[in-house]
Design a protein around this ligand. Sequence first.
Ligand code: NIG
Ligand code: FE
Length: 415
Amino acid sequence: MQVIQSKDSSNQMQDYDLLITDINIASMAQDNLDYGIIKNGSIAIKGDRISWIGSSDEIPKAVYKEKLAMPGKWITPALIDCHTHLVFAGNRAWEFEERIKGKSYSEISLAGGGIISTVLETRKCSKDKLINLAKKRLKSLQSEGVGTIEIKSGYGLDLESEKKMLMVANELDNEQITIKKTFLGAHSLPPEYKGRGDDYIKYICNEMLPEINNAGLIDAVDAFCETIAFSNQQISSLFDKAVSLNLPVKLHADQLSNSGGAELAAEYNALSADHIEYTSNNGVKALANAGCVAVLLPGAFMTINETQKPPINELRKCDVPIAIATDCNPGSSPICSIRFAMTLAANLFQLTPEECLAGVTREAAKALGLENKKGTLEIGKDADIAIWDINHPNELTYWVGFNQLSNLIIKGKVI
Ligand code: NIG
Ligand code: FE
């Protein structure tokens, strides 16, 4: 990584809030091979930003309000979980049992289980109870070094309940965690619209989305493109509306079948196309041309006993950025561990440990449109830093159930 010394035209000594020294750095900066490793490095923080990073031999002369020497430890960017359904009520452990006994995710969904059963629970749950439930899941992610998380709505499916979910997500945002909120009204057809998918999409476009957007509750719009959810045409009209409101889009694409979801996401310059197990080579090319991130959700792949793997080699060949997320939800991915998602991506999809770490830092930031602020340790970026008791960053993908997080710094503050 290029080391830039801070200049001060007044010739006065710069002052910084915090200097961490004698630490090994995995900056994950783009174009820096091998994790962007700087052995025996240092990092300076001013306010909520990284103000200097480099070798401990080149620390700028300055006034540091606080100094921390951490010999032997490693730092990486704080982790980012870029696809979750963290806010929901109830659970679907019974569904898990059914699947273990042989029923498929689609069969359970068509028999009235699946997403709709969580919708019914979430609709009747109070906002305060939803906050308490979500806080516990969030805590689990934070304990593993997560500093940014995306939360989708999609278990309300009416104006009031979708708003409730997004207000819960909003209230979870604080100085210890950055939350990006995504509207997923087109997650499943609610029972009251049975057989009237087009009418439901009109309701979303004409009523729900404009009001939720006016309330400042969302950063992006997502949809579930699948035979058991919404058609490409229905999603196109939703995305047209999102574009008219200047909202970026994302898509649950090609999870259970190839419906041309990746191509659809690319057509709308989506931030990301997620799942993509059934995406064709043409779909991958479309993602590459549109600069769309591929978000892999190995927890869902594992839970629903999927056998079709995402087109990893084609994604690599076409240079599509690959992110990894938990997809935390009560049905297809009851997983509150980003580290487990990394391990699954390596063991199930053969992603390298470096790709896995990039997938929950640099590439995950891109999937949320946050690449200028987060995801790598570079001057000017947010000081969201995870400090680890490890010997090499490949251990973050290797171990399961062993949390080596030593400290977490979010927006410049040790939390
Ligand atoms: O990302 N595929 C659609 N949505 C979720 C599943 C949600 C659920 O089963 O409750 C997913 O896998
Ligand atoms: Fe999802």
